[in-house]
Write a protein that binds this ligand. Structure first.
Ligand code: ADP
Ligand code: ZN
Length: 736
């Protein structure tokens, strides 16, 4: 009976999803292509050819069927393994959750079209036996040079051979035609090596071993389970989840590790290589195109066994995944703000559920969402309470800036200066933490108070003295400091207001003239090489004082760093966004964790105007859980996430009138439903961004309300003018 039916999975009419906010569309397929779900194909769209993915058999999914004769043909099927079902399911899930079009989400999963064709083999040349030479083959001096280049050395690619023999490409071509050179196709260079799980294990403490074994057991179980690896900074969380990766490797499975800032994690890669013998495959947006292509294909073909990546690695086509790890799971960097607004940590849990896999969420300061999931029994927790060996947790104190302010024009209070001096005298290192890039956050006119603002955004221009420019941190607009104030015409009247790391560096140079200091921010550590260099210099004790933004807050181990001074602990508390306290707590805790990672005990001083703030109190008392309880109580009372649901709606237009009109129209259509509250519209805090005027609405619902359904029913029928854009952000992290 079998042969009465087409091959399983070989459809003749297929539904193809394109990486665009349209479709899917039906196409006709040659049965010889044997197209099944996940096949990557090229199809015509209008006058273009686009890459798409077969979802399944075509036909009347929602009524309107395109007549057979009007169907266009699938042009070709790429020679690449099909996208696994798990990825297609994930695409669908993320689209439904974020309200993005499935095609927009698919775009993240097939972001490297160059990887769909097999890599071209490398063609090398050797000298052919003389019997193969054409009778009229002449041995000119140039040709002799080519033969000489090959007799002493290895087989060479055409380009290298021409260079080596100092001849033009025509000479090589002629010799091939005359039968003097033989060509050989070599398979492409070997993909990633397989990490060795037994390479270099270290003896774990009893507590670490308990946590490691629970993760290993989860890997062996091959079932969906979320384990929160909750351990103080420096307690060995990385060592512990390395054990889970090792177990996945032993079982012949792949492992995916998500890190918030992969471009700056040279240290992590070194540790991995020390433990497993080779570097893992790496995935982030700055990869060179050929590396990107090779990496994507290696995942699809299963030759990349361990992948460490930024959030977009979640959409890679693993077929044998056995473990996902989300390190620093509380990091806001996991939330993508542009395009498809998704939370990679949450969607990693979704992928784990789709594939029935274990997943570990790792943090010293887990997010309130995760803590609540543990409390409710949805996730389980493994705790690490101590640093191994002699390292102890740092002692945290506050400096009340109301009582002990710095001198005028300075930013370090006397008590902190004194501590820095003591630390330097001991030959130890200091981190001065200030989460502000550039020289000064605000530049104003001494005469009239005029502030230099970005012409495209509701934002001040930030002076970057090292670059000699004022820059908008939102749109990148840059310019020189004007000679005259545009408002009162006074000359040379601008003064910097407030500190950035560059300005703090001036104070350090003036106060501690013998100290060697370095500014570490995303402006100075541009790229992995500079970052690695910086880390090496710190470890070699070539730096005494690090003046750093959040780029130095996490992950790194600096054994000689014993004092952390937080210059403005209150910085993150302003603005009143939902997670301001939580985020400030997490960041400061993380920074504090940089101190005393080895034998020498660490000390942390927080400069604050609000020592009574629960964040400061919790940090000083080392009482994270009480802080989280208070925070949870407040959110529960306010019906805020994770106890209620939120979605942001941003409407933008090139002019304010159209933005207002569209925002009002959207608000008028708002549903009136129990458990659903719509706030706004109001001008967004960033009312102008990249030249567009923005208005915001906030939707707040009870937790048991399907907020996606509410939004879809409300927004889908609304037709807006072309110039107006509407963006939805379910579970927003940014409220700007
Ligand atoms: P975390 O990820 O919790 O911040 P790490 O895994 O980075 O902690 O560990 C902190 C430091 O302690 C690292 O240098 C690590 O190599 C070391 N370490 C952790 N566990 C052990 C152990 N059992 N024996 C020796 N050194 C350890
Ligand atoms: Zn701007």
């Amino acid at each position: 009976m079998d042969d009465l039916f087409p091959l399983d999975g070989a459809f003749e009419r297929v539904s193809v999803l394109l990486p665009l906010p349209l479709g899917p569309y039906d196409y006709k397929a040659d049965p010889g292509m044997a197209l099944g779900r996940g096949a990557i194909v090229e199809v015509p769209l209008g006058k273009r050819r686009v890459v798409g993915v077969v979802l399944g058999p075509g036909g009347a999914a929602d009524g309107e069927e395109v007549a057979e004769e009007r169907l266009r043909d699938v042009l070709r099927r790429f020679d690449v393994p099909p996208l696994p079902d798990s990825v297609l399911d994930l695409v669908e899930w993320v689209a439904a959750w974020t309200l993005a079009a499935p095609g927009q989400v698919l775009r993240m999963a097939i972001s490297v079209p160059a990887a769909f064709d097999p890599p071209a083999p490398t063609v090398v040349h050797t000298v052919a036996p003389e019997s193969a030479w054409a009778v009229n083959a002449r041995l000119t001096p140039t040709r002799q040079r080519v033969l000489a280049a090959l007799t002493d050395g290895p087989a060479l690619e055409g380009r290298d051979l021409a260079r080596e023999a100092a001849v033009g490409p025509g000479v090589i071509k002629g010799m091939i035609e005359a039968g003097m050179l033989a060509r050989h196709a070599l398979p492409p260079p070997p993909p990633f090596e397989t990490p060795d799980p037994e390479r270099a294990t270290i003896p774990l403490t009893a507590e670490q071993e308990g946590a490691a074994e629970s993760l290993r057991a989860a890997v062996r179980d091959r079932r969906f389970a979320v384990t929160v690896l909750d351990g103080v900074t420096g307690s060995g969380k990385t060592e512990v989840y390395f054990e889970a990766i090792a177990e996945a490797l032993r079982l012949g499975r792949q492992a995916l590790i998500l890190l918030p800032e992969i471009a700056l994690s040279a240290e992590w890669l070194d540790r991995f290589a020390a433990r497993f013998g080779v570097r893992p495959a790496v995935w982030h947006s700055d990869l060179k195109p050929n590396v990107r292509r090779r990496t994507w294909r290696a995942v699809a073909e299963g030759t990349a066994r361990v992948m460490v990546g930024a959030r977009s690695a979640l959409f890679l086509p693993f077929t044998e995944l056995g473990l996902i790890v989300v390190d620093e799971e509380h990091e806001a960097a996991y939330k993508q703000e542009d395009g498809v607004a998704y939370q990679a940590r949450d969607m990693a849990v979704v992928r784990a559920r789709i594939e029935d896999l274990p997943i570990a969420l790792v943090s010293a300061t887990p997010s309130l969402e995760t803590v609540e999931n543990v409390r409710a029994g949805r996730y389980r927790a493994a705790h690490l309470t101590a640093r191994p060996g002699l390292a102890t947790l740092p002692e945290i104190g506050v400096i009340d800036l109301r009582k002990n302010p710095p001198e005028r024009g300075r930013f370090l209070a006397p008590a902190l200066v004194e501590e820095v001096e003591k630390t330097l005298a001991e030959g130890e290192q200091v981190l001065l933490f200030l989460n502000r890039r550039g020289y000064a956050p605000l530049t104003l006119c001494r005469g009239c108070g005029h502030r230099l603002e970005c012409p495209n955004c509701t934002a001040w221009l930030v002076e970057h003295r090292l670059l000699g420019r004022l820059i908008c941190h939102h749109c990148g607009f840059g310019g020189r400091l004007p000679k005259r104030c545009p408002s009162c015409e006074a000359e040379d009247s601008f003064v910097a207001s407030g500190p950035g790391v560059e300005r703090l560096a001036e104070e350090v140079a003036a106060r501690f003239p013998d100290a060697r200091f370095q500014v570490a921010s995303s402006d100075t550590l541009t790229g992995p090489d500079k970052a690695a260099n910086f880390l090496r210099a710190v470890r070699a004790r070539e730096v005494d004082v690090i003046i750093g933004t959040q780029v130095v807050a996490k992950g790194h181990n600096f054994p000689w760093l014993t004092l952390v001074g937080v210059v403005d602990a209150d910085l993150g508390l302003a603005g009143g966004d939902l997670r301001a306290s939580e985020r400030t707590y997490q960041l400061l805790h993380q920074v504090a964790g940089r101190a005393g990672r080895a034998e020498r005990p660490g000390r942390v001083l927080l400069q604050t105007h609000v020592p009574e703030n629960p964040v400061m109190q919790a940090l000083v008392a080392g009482d994270r859980d009480r802080f989280l309880e208070q925070e949870a109580l407040m959110r529960r009372q306010a019906g805020m996430p994770p106890f209620g649901r939120l979605a942001g709606i941003v409407i933008s237009a090139p002019d304010a009138a159209r933005a207002d009109a569209a925002a009002r129209a959207v608000a008028r259509a708002a549903p009136r439903l129990a458990g659903v509250e719509v706030l706004g519209p109001a001008p967004a805090p960033l009312a102008l961004l990249r030249g567009r005027h923005r208005r915001r609405l906030l939707v707040k619902t009870r937790r048991d309300v399907n907020i996606q359904r509410v939004l879809r029913d409300w927004l889908t029928p609304i037709k807006l003018e072309n110039a107006v854009r509407l963006g939805v952000d379910v579970d927003p992290y940014s409220f700007l």
